[in-house]
Ligand binder design. Structure first.
Ligand code: GRF
Length: 203
């Protein structure tokens, strides 16, 4: 199988997937890494792993539609089975999400449906939540609203700050995301009737 990973920044989740892929080279290949920001550190991670990298700078496009069309053209020219959003900080058009329906994943740093959007760690602390975590979901036209595949939780301690929580969530993300990618490329995970289905062999 061939996957594309889309990033905007640091790319620590990309790194976790690169490390996983190197252990499971028979299962899949990271065919391309795409960033909408030229300075994204994740591009260097891809280069170090000898993965093709491309920048499509969103500031050079007049509209979301034009940007997404270019992105789609690039992805589809690489015969991609799965699109993995890993810290890709762009809202995608409905057409784009429909085109990849059932073959695009996102990771979000909250226990969805809580805290869609930004600043999730601060919002969880300010709300006095006892727990926090991450969600991995299929991408649908609704922002951060697609069917959840997997969540990982952690307790919020009295001395946790937004930074300490972010770090803990990141550590969990790096365990969880490669596992979900693996299920998909093993054909054990699919989107049916707006639900995520895992085959029993995953257990
Ligand atoms: C992660 O926290 C992810 O949940 C969110 O963006 C962050 C990306 O971090 N969507 P990184 O670039 O993978 O380090």
């Amino acid at each position: 199988k061939r996957i594309a990973v889309l990033i905007s920044g640091n790319g620590s989740n990309l790194q976790a997937i690169i490390d996983h892929q190197q252990q499971h080279a028979e299962l899949y290949e990271i065919a391309i890494v795409i960033s909408n920001r030229p300075q994204a550190f994740g591009l260097k991670r891809a280069a170090d792993a000898h993965i093709e990298q491309k920048v499509i700078d969103h500031t050079e496009f007049d509209s979301r539609e034009a940007f997404d069309a270019e992105l789609q053209k690039l992805i589809d020219s690489h015969q991609i089975d799965l699109v993995v959003l890993a810290g890709f900080m762009r809202i995608l058009t409905q057409d784009f999400t429909r085109h990849y329906l059932g073959r695009m994943l996102n990771i979000h740093p909250s226990l969805l449906p809580k805290y869609t959007g930004l600043n999730t760690h601060t919002r969880a602390i300010e709300a006095g939540d006892k727990e926090h975590g991450l969600s991995i979901h299929f991408v649908t036209p609704e922002l951060d609203g697609g069917p959840v595949i997997l969540q990982a939780k952690l307790e919020i301690g009295a001395d946790d700050s937004a930074d300490s929580l972010a770090e803990k969530v990141h550590r969990l993300e790096h365990l969880a995301y490669p596992q979900v990618v693996q299920w998909f490329v093993e054909d054990r995970l699919s989107l049916k009737d707006n639900h995520a289905w895992l085959d029993q062999n995953c257990l």
